[in-house]
Ligand binder design. Structure first.
Ligand SMILES: *Cc1c(COP(=O)(O)O)cnc(C)c1O
Length: 420
């Protein structure tokens, strides 16, 4: 058994070719391979640099470029749009950028994962998950979602021509995310309840009807998401930043970040870790609470924040993310909705833009600098997880404030006043 699934809690191993999301003990699983160290010497930064310049399938994808870190799969099963290849914006104070000034960080980079095909980082995990679904020949796929996972799954399922069911918490998904999954042709099912309830329903339905579940509980999703850190390090010419900062909801992305770094170190591509900082919204901060209590308790709560993508009270990847924090000497911080909106305004008016959940990361960087946990001279990379068009409800209720309605002859007069 070269590839297998291993429980994050009790280490029990399971066959990779059999569908399974949880261990018998109830905890989640990770993909492992017993021949991993044989990659040492076979892959190098040079190999990845050569592939980046190549237009050859599947290396034009910012996920499959790093395929040795995923799992062996025949190219005929790979479903890719392609994804990844997202920009790394240099926004440090050292170049007088307003985000750098706002956070007070000299060397700040933002990796914009909202530039993925469906507008969020979820596409990186989805290409891997759906390719495996294609290989297995599953009859249908499903997920529960606050909106971005469903948009992504709907797109990739359509591309793979696999029927797709999406379970959404009623009235809590933004109009643009809902529009995406409807347009891609998914079957959308509203659940009376929040994300955590939708998640527990979809898990039961998938087990009952043998539908392939593509939430981040699925360890293959996390395999794909590891590539964010590979790509951002490649963009930094493989120099290790001091910090990588990202928002935390269901904690899949934080888990993948830690795991991706561990893979790189094991094969000798990097020799130390950046520190990871996970930022949660104050109203959805179970991981922060647990961190504050030295991870003695696993907190859960009824989540409430305007950052809908991280409005999650019982994160599935809790243990996997805890491992990432402990292994990288990481930290967990929280920010208020007010701080999220302040940060979003700076990111938006800088011309880059992102959805509210993503702005959490910049708000967190500002706070950690203030607490001198992040030093202003540190090299910091923040991950912007979603696109500016993803959560319009947070901007549009006040659109009258920003739209000027000017009649005919007074227009030149108004414009000259605005320019004065
Ligand atoms: C899914 C998502 C998150 C949260 O990521 P997790 O892996 O669930 O912690 C944050 N921001 C955006 C935009 C998302 O779509």
């Amino acid at each position: 058994m070269i590839i297998f699934l291993r429980c994050v809690s009790c280490d029990k191993k399971f066959d990779f070719s059999k569908i399974r999301y949880r261990c018998d003990c109830g905890e989640v699983l990770e993909v492992e391979r017993s021949d991993f160290l044989s990659l040492k010497g076979k892959i190098s930064t040079k190999l990845f640099d050569t592939r980046w310049k190549s237009r050859q399938f599947p290396y034009q994808s910012g996920v499959w470029r790093y395929k040795e870190f995923l799992f062996p799969i025949d190219g005929k099963y790979i479903i890719t749009r392609p994804e990844g290849n997202t920009n790394l914006y240099n926004v440090g104070k050292s170049i007088s950028n307003k985000i750098g000034k706002f956070t007070n960080v000299d060397f700040l980079y933002l990796k914009h994962e909202g530039e993925n095909p469906t507008g969020s980082f979820k596409d990186r995990g989805m290409t891997v998950g759906i390719s495996y679904a294609k290989l297995l020949g599953v009859k249908a796929v499903a997920c529960a979602s606050t909106g971005n996972t469903s948009s992504s799954l709907a797109s990739y399922a359509a591309l793979a021509e696999i029927p797709c069911f999406v379970f959404l918490p009623k009235g809590r998904v933004s109009s643009s995310k809902l529009a995406q999954s409807i347009a891609y042709g998914a079957t959308n099912i509203e659940i009376d309840g929040d994300f955590d309830e939708a998640m527990s329903i979809v898990e039961k339905i998938c087990n009952q009807f043998h539908i392939y579940l593509l939430n981040s509980i699925n360890p293959l999703r996390l395999e794909g998401q590891k590539t964010i850190v590979y790509e951002l390090l490649q963009q930094l010419n493989w120099k290790i930043p001091n910090w990588v900062v990202l928002p935390g909801g269901n904690l899949g992305n934080a888990s993948s970040l830690g795991r991706g770094l561990k893979d790189l170190k094991e094969v000798g591509i990097i020799d130390k870790f950046p520190r990871i900082a996970v930022i949660q919204a104050h109203g959805a901060n179970p991981f922060y609470r647990s961190y504050k209590g030295d991870f003695k308790y696993r907190h859960t709560m009824n989540a409430d924040t305007l950052a809908s993508a991280i409005k999650i009270g019982n994160p599935v990847s809790f243990l996997r993310a805890k491992k990432a924090i402990l292994e990288t000497n990481g930290v967990v911080e929280e920010v208020t909705d007010q701080e999220i909106l302040e940060a979003k305004k700076i990111i938006d008016t800088s011309g880059i833009g992102c959805e509210p959940a993503s702005a959490t990361c910049v708000a967190g960087i500002k706070k950690l600098v203030k607490k001198t946990i992040i030093k202003k001279s540190d090299v910091v990379v923040g991950v912007l997880t979603g696109h500016i068009l993803k959560d319009p409800e947070n901007i549009l209720p006040s659109k009258e404030k920003f739209l000027r309605n000017v009649q005919g002859t007074t227009l030149p007069h108004i414009v000259s006043k605005l320019l004065a």
